[in-house]
Design a binder for this molecule. Structure first.
Ligand code: CMC
Length: 435
């Protein structure tokens, strides 16, 4: 995929070296520096991967300046309007949208894998009931390799497929189990005549005491949340899954690493952090305190950030945030919560931030997490479960990216290098001689 041009590096005493420039189907060209160390003895330095493509991928493309997100070439807006989550999963995994027959077969397979080994309940009992659901989920997903070790040969396409299906199908069951466990309520088993998302809603909110009535507004909104969060190219948790998986470990272990990474407030934990921020601001005076609050998040010494704002790649409105804002209106309207004070506060805060020079100059716009918390809260999902729902949705992205890596002929174990700035070699003094 060289574009025929070269990048030239001049270094040392008049030395120079050429590198091929690679061209993707869209997006910035990439300088192929793989031979740099061999030829010059130097590394590149790029903490946070600001200028580094870690892999080739065909799955998801983001144009951060335009605010565009494509899954396998399809704009997220079209997928959100015309497809459901399992169609989106099929697309991410297989590269094409399914035909009706392909979709029916895929839905059937996923549905038949939704139950989890009964023994997982007993594993769950080892956790404190007040543990954060993400702590429990990290453990449960990692534990899947202990419960489903009959198909863990990563070099066997059939085994990879089974593990992928198991992960996508069982995540809703595990997320709902972690919620029920925190409440001290019985787990609700999956029901195969329900859709993927309706099934999840029932496992979350149903009880064995009465028939659970599915609310279509809730199902539609959650399905959209799943679609919007399904993949996002080489973000921190996906890169974690790839790096972890690059050692040849099994997919459950690699995805558990992704869940752990997603938990952080700079990544998937931002929806929880954002809602907590809005609730706190509301308690402290709401709209009347906006000026003070915005001044605080702009102050580099305050340590505070406007959660749900900013993105490494989007330097324009996150297209997912636009859709989530729409969903917010729909859900609050349909559930009769139009006057939700948090939503009003969020809208007022967004307006102030978007007109503030600090945010304008830095191109800081709302990201998907700014509104997803408000939607989830309106759907009755407790704040601590938000990131668990994100990990349920992102599982397909993680597994699609992991599959792509395993089948990439250029795949190697990931092994970044470093610029060492610590002590050079020195001798150990016996303890009685140390000062
Ligand atoms: N509030 C206030 N200032 C901010 C914010 C924010 N939310 N985000 C960035 N900045 C400032 C930052 O202080 C820096 O200013 P200066 O140039 O004066 O030092 C500048 O903008 C660039 O920030 P950065 O930290 O270098 O940017 P980054 O690309 O490393 O970080 C980010 C991206 C998402 C971690 C960051 O914007 C952030 O912490 N946002 C809040 C958390 C959040 O909402 N995360 C969810 C991301 S989207 C969901 C997902 O995909 O996981």
């Amino acid at each position: 995929m060289s574009n025929g041009t070269k990048a030239v590096l001049n270094y040392g005493d008049g030395k120079s070296i050429e590198f091929p420039v690679m061209k993707g189907t869209v997006g910035p060209d990439v300088v192929d520096i793989r031979t740099l160390y061999g030829k010059t003895g130097m590394f590149t330095y790029d903490p946070g991967f600001l200028s580094t493509a870690s892999c080739q991928s065909r799955i998801t493309y983001i144009d951060g300046d335009k605010g565009e997100l494509l899954y396998r070439g399809y704009p997220i807006e079209q997928l959100a309007a015309h497809c459901d989550f399992l169609e989106t999963c099929y697309l991410l995994l297989k590269g094409e949208l399914p035909t009706p027959a392909q979709k029916a077969a895929f839905v059937d397979t996923v549905t038949k894998h939704t139950m989890v080994n009964e023994q997982m309940q007993f594993f769950m009992r080892g956790f404190r009931r007040d543990a954060h659901p993400m702590a429990v989920l990290t453990g449960l997903v990692g534990a899947m390799s202990a419960f489903y070790h009959d198909a863990l040969d990563i070099n066997d396409p059939h085994d990879r497929e089974i593990s992928a299906m198991r992960l996508i199908a069982k995540m809703p069951t595990l997320v709902a189990m972690s919620y029920k466990y925190s409440l001290g309520q019985p787990y609700i088993y999956p029901k195969n005549d329900l859709s993927y998302t309706a099934n999840f809603v029932r496992m979350m909110f149903g009880t064995p005491c009465e028939e659970y009535k599915i609310n279509d507004t809730v199902v539609r909104a959650l399905d959209r949340i799943f679609i919007l969060h399904a993949d996002h190219e080489q973000n921190a948790s996906t890169s974690t899954v790839r790096l972890c998986g690059s050692s040849g470990t099994n997919p459950f272990a690699a995805v558990a690493a992704g869940v752990a990474c997603l938990w952080g407030p700079a990544h998937g934990g931002a929806n929880e952090a954002c809602l907590n921020m809005l609730q706190q601001l509301q308690q402290q005076g709401g709209v009347s305190k906006l000026g003070e609050f915005v001044a605080k998040v702009k102050d580099p010494n305050s340590g505070a950030r406007l959660m749900g704002f900013g993105h490494r790649v989007y330097k324009n409105y996150d297209p997912r945030a636009k859709l989530m804002r729409e969903t917010c209106y729909e859900v609050l309207g349909e559930l009769g919560l139009e006057d939700d004070p948090l939503f009003k506060l969020a809208m007022a805060l967004e307006k102030v931030a978007l007109e503030d020079d600090y945010f304008v100059k830095r191109k800081l716009y709302p990201n998907v997490d700014y509104y997803s918390g408000i939607v989830q809260k309106a759907l009755g999902i407790p704040v601590a479960m938000f990131t668990g729902i994100f990990s349920l949705a992102r599982t397909v992205g993680w597994i699609a990216q992991w599959q792509e890596m395993i089948t990439d002929p250029e795949y190697k174990i990931g092994r970044p290098r470093q610029l060492f700035s610590g002590a050079t070699s020195r001798n150990v003094m016996p303890i009685d001689k140390r000062k």
